[in-house]
Design a protein around this ligand. Structure first.
Ligand code: SF4
Length: 327
């Protein structure tokens, strides 16, 4: 690890005004890993962990999760568990207790891909160094994207929490030198396009201050289903967050988000629209799953993800239609 200076931000503006080549640290669960392998070599680390962003508040318009609330606090919060259970389940599926105790809401949104070539500086990597190539495209790409990838990058977003937040239509509140703004969750993370080095639409002089869960979203029947190589903590091969609102055996509203398949949490709007007004029926859910994966472009080693995603969507929808719970 290279030498760097350490300072503490005393205000949000202070953190947002950060100089070039400096990085913010909160829980540090991803940043420290990256610094150890020389992925990030900041000249200055700015500690934001003492800023006043640690509250969970019901604002009347929704539940506001401060950016420095820990993953444990979110997962254990009674209102989250009652009204947004997929968020709690996704967080509990995502990391060990020790990591959840220090990892923050904001940090979870900012974590970077776990593509092994990105972490290995012996290889080129367009995300790490634009223009240096994508060895995953012709290498081992079992964990990589099947939707929304580009010629420059086929990495996936590693977060579980963000898949649930996508399905919940959360809003990201950010603040910078030019003031405060809100970003719909589906616009916060980017597809790689020809700028894979940029994961999000956060401005260079902005920081995340909160994530807001909308009120009255009727998400109690939500299901989070994560499929991975081992039962213990590991990144998703694929995951599904599904929420059905059923009225008289007909689908009134549907929300489906996928993880482990794209550079961002992947919301399947086409499948959701298809489901509205349809009867609760496994064959209908199968058709929705087929639609969700209609444009999948699997790679040499991850063709299995297409069928796996379809089966997971069908199963998650079946469980949600019965009121939710563990799939
Ligand atoms: Fe780098 Fe993206 Fe290719 Fe992985 S998939 S090697 S992160 S460019």
């Amino acid at each position: 690890m290279k030498n760097f200076t350490y300072t503490r931000a005393t205000s949000i503006k202070d953190a947002a005004r950060r100089p070039e080549k400096s990085l913010l640290i909160a829980g540090g669960t991803n940043l420290v890993d990256r610094m150890k392998v020389f992925l990030d070599q900041p000249t200055q680390i700015i500690d934001i962990s003492r800023l006043d962003l640690k509250k969970i508040e019901n604002t009347g318009n929704g539940l506001r999760l401060g950016a420095l609330v820990t993953n444990t606090q979110v997962a254990d919060n009674l209102e989250v568990r009652k009204n947004y259970p997929i968020l709690s389940r996704a967080i509990l599926a995502g990391a060990s207790q020790q990591i959840r105790n220090v990892a923050t809401v904001g940090g979870n949104l900012m974590q970077r891909t776990r593509c092994p070539y990105y972490y290995d500086t012996a290889f080129g990597c367009n995300k790490r160094q634009p223009g240096s190539g994508c060895p995953a495209a012709t290498g081992i790409n079992r964990m990589h994207a099947i939707l929304g990838a580009s010629d420059t990058c086929i990495a996936v977003n590693p977060s579980d929490m963000c898949v649930a937040l996508s399905a919940l239509d959360a809003v990201v509140e950010v603040e910078g030198v030019k003031g405060r703004r809100q970003i719909p969750f589906s616009d916060f993370h980017r597809l790689p396009g020809n700028q894979p080095e940029r994961d999000t639409t956060l401005g260079d002089n902005e920081i995340i201050t909160a994530v807001i869960l909308p009120a009255n979203i009727n998400a109690q029947s939500g299901v989070y289903l994560k499929l991975r190589d081992r039962a213990s903590y590991s990144f998703a091969l694929i995951s599904v967050a599904a929420i059905l609102d059923i009225d008289n055996n007909k689908v009134r509203n549907a929300r489906i988000a996928l993880g482990g398949v794209a550079h961002k949490p992947w919301r399947s709007k086409e499948a959701e629209q298809f489901l509205i007004g349809k009867s609760v029926d496994e064959s209908v859910f199968q058709q929705a799953a087929d639609l969700a994966l209609r444009n999948a472009q699997p790679l040499e080693h991850n063709k299995f993800k297409v069928e796996m995603s379809k089966r997971a969507i069908r199963r998650a929808l079946m469980v949600s239609a019965k009121g939710g719970g563990v799939a």
